[in-house]
Design a protein around this ligand. Structure first.
Ligand code: AHG
Ligand code: MN
Ligand code: MN
Length: 315
């Protein structure tokens, strides 16, 4: 037996060691680590959740659950003292928050708790983080250096991708360590599941035809209503497509470009998949403001390119 190291730990690769091994630079390693640890505090909050509405509204006018706000507070306070974060933009904040002294290296975006309306049903929910090297009001492809999400489900898992260094999954173990479970995740060019967001009655004709195509091809419908577990399923099952499309009354769909779509697009691209708004790559879209939404087709190359065919037919 090692010097007090249990066999279980000895053969595990924990998050800090894995990031060092794949070559993530030191300050980014420490920031990703800090955020992953915050996931433990948010998870504790979920387990003690009082499930009462906070009585607040965010800039989208949505009722905020106490959990959304407390998760945001926990995250912001942790990042405030990290020494690496200059600005913090969050789905729960009305504007970008200056956290540092103006010289720190990173700009962080957060959906502190995605799918919080599912807490009562005990379905999995998550935290979505984007890490940028400059102001977020640009194209994700130019500003992003890393992204991660934490899934609060039967297990707490964390997936991160750092620029050019792959996408990797960790599981929080009994000792409270994040242990590597999947390294260099790759999704196949074609999968077998699809997650169709939005109501059928609100869908546009080309998108309806696309869904019919997938159904005729025998794709299995997998949709929990939680963006994080729905994307995580496509990543871990190594294929498939998630879509929350343009709707007749909301041509930009529902999901937020900065807080939800950019981080997932960054991670999925690092696993060999693609993410578009039906035409343009998500990471090529310029962020004009915090509220900006975009339609999304994200996952295996074949399914996303097929969507582009249906959406651009006859144009
Ligand atoms: P949030 O809880 O951060 O507002 O996000 C909820 C989003 C996302 O999790 C999910 O993909 C989508 O809402 C589901 O929308 P529908 O309920 O319209 O399917
Ligand atoms: Mn969300
Ligand atoms: Mn949210």
């Amino acid at each position: 037996m090692g010097e007090g190291i249990s066999d279980y730990t000895r053969f595990c690769v924990d998050l800090r060691r894995q990031m060092w091994m794949v070559g993530v630079e030191e300050e980014l390693r420490r920031l990703i680590w800090q955020i992953a640890i915050t996931g433990k505090y948010i998870s504790a909050k979920i387990h003690e959740s009082n499930r009462k509405l906070a009585g607040f509204r965010n800039l989208y006018g949505e009722e905020q659950l106490a959990l959304d706000r407390s998760s945001d507070e926990i995250l912001k306070n942790q990042l405030q003292y990290s020494g690496f974060v200059r600005e913090y933009a969050s789905e729960e904040q009305d504007a970008v928050v200056l956290l540092g002294k103006g010289r720190e290296k990173y700009f962080v975006t957060a959906d502190p708790l995605d799918g919080s309306s599912l807490v009562d049903t005990n379905l999995a929910i998550g935290t979505i983080i984007g890490i940028h090297k400059e102001s977020v009001f640009s194209r994700g492809r130019d500003t992003m250096v890393a992204a991660l999400y934490i899934t609060y489900g039967p297990l707490i898992t964390m997936v991160y991708a750092a620029a050019g260094l792959g996408a990797h999954e960790f599981v929080l173990n009994r000792e409270g360590e994040y242990v590597l479970s999947q390294e260099n995740i790759r999704i196949k060019d074609r999968g077998s599941i699809y997650s169709p967001g939005g109501l059928r009655k609100d869908l546009t004709e080309p998108h309806l035809k696309y869904l019919e195509y997938l159904e005729n091809e025998g794709y299995k419908l997998r949709y929990s209503g939680g963006f994080v577990p729905d994307i995580n399923q496509i990543l871990i099952k190594q294929g498939g497509v998630f879509t929350y499309p343009a709707l007749q009354k909301s041509p930009k769909g529902k999901l937020r470009l900065l807080f939800e779509l950019q981080p997932m697009a960054f991670i999925i691209e690092h696993a060999g998949g693609i993410a578009t708004d039906g035409r343009e790559d998500i990471l090529s879209l310029k962020v004009e403001d915090l509220e900006q939404r975009a339609p999304v087709y994200i996952g295996s190359r074949f399914e996303v390119e097929k969507a582009r065919e249906f959406l651009t037919a006859g144009t």
